[in-house]
Ligand binder design. Structure first.
Ligand code: NAD
Length: 245
């Protein structure tokens, strides 16, 4: 039996790509397309078993709870959810018969980039992340950049040694900072999603780079999560959890 799928944010760049990917998969059945002016209740009315959310953080934090309260599994790609949002979702998922899966990046290459960056983290003293996205991206830095920094920080037994200039003639020149990892966000038309992690120590640098050139890069990960979420109790964060499953 095909899994019945609803898409939230169906008219958006990612949502419309997800709709096409679901329609092209014989194991899935697209039963609801919901955008901002449509009632979310149509997920229930059309018997959706899994909802995929690519909306905004404000919308997603409500949408996921609606799904869990209505026994619909939620696969979330929307970025910008906070730690406290994740905690609320985790608690609700524990008491729901449905599960939640949240990934800031569904591209397999991006997940590997994060893994490689985490593996390298304890061998270098300095790191900078440069991420580049299209001009319509709402949040900065990207969810992927933040998650990369967090995964790298988990591998460190001692703090990074961030280099601060003695004179900053233009405020913000050194970017944002997450636990000693400087993050620089570039927003420019013509981009999709790109990231470089540059590690340095005396006399050498290591650059780990990933480019999503097209939104199709996210679809294998989204479809994998849709098919697996029924087996993932509670809340799962990150595509990493599914790659070797
Ligand atoms: P977009 O603006 O093109 O699409 C968002 C859509 O959501 C719009 O059509 C909007 O009308 C709709 N929407 C807003 N509120 C809604 C609501 N309450 N109910 C239903 N629909 C609603 O944005 P996009 O480029 O498709 O990105 C969407 C999100 O996905 C962003 O948070 C982005 O960062 C994230 N993203 C994640 C990944 C990933 O791999 N996890 C990849 C790309 C983008």
């Amino acid at each position: 039996m095909a899994i019945r799928v609803g898409v939230l944010g169906a008219a958006g760049r990612m949502g419309s790509t997800v709709c096409a990917a679901v329609e092209g998969d014989a194991d899935l059945d697209l039963v609801a397309r919901v955008d901002i002016d449509d009632p979310i209740q149509s997920l229930v009315d059309n018997g959706a078993e899994v909802a995929v959310d690519f909306t905004t953080a404000d919308a997603a934090r409500k949408n996921v709870l609606f799904c869990l309260d209505n026994s619909i599994h939620a696969v979330v790609g929307t970025t910008g959810l906070s730690e406290s949002d994740l905690e609320t979702i985790r608690k609700r998922a524990e008491t729901s018969s449905a599960n939640a899966f949240i990934a800031p990046n569904f591209a397999v290459g991006a997940v590997l980039m994060m893994r490689f960056a985490a593996a390298a983290a304890r061998y270098f003293r300095n790191v900078e992340i440069i991420e580049r996205h299209h001009e319509n991206k709402i949040d900065a830095p990207s969810g992927t950049a933040l998650r990369t920094a967090q995964l790298m920080n988990e591998q460190r037994s001692e703090p990074w040694d961030p280099i601060e200039p003695s004179k900053e003639s233009l405020s913000g020149s050194r970017g944002g900072e997450e636990g000693g990892v400087h993050i620089h966000s570039i927003r420019v038309p013509g981009s999709v999603a790109h990231q470089e992690v540059i590690l340095g120590s005396a006399g050498e640098t290591l650059t780990i780079r990933h480019d999503s050139l097209d939104r199709s890069s996210f679809m294998p990960g989204v479809l994998l999560a849709v098919k697996k979420i029924g087996e993932l109790e509670g809340l799962t964060v990150g595509l990493d959890a599914l790659l070797d499953a």
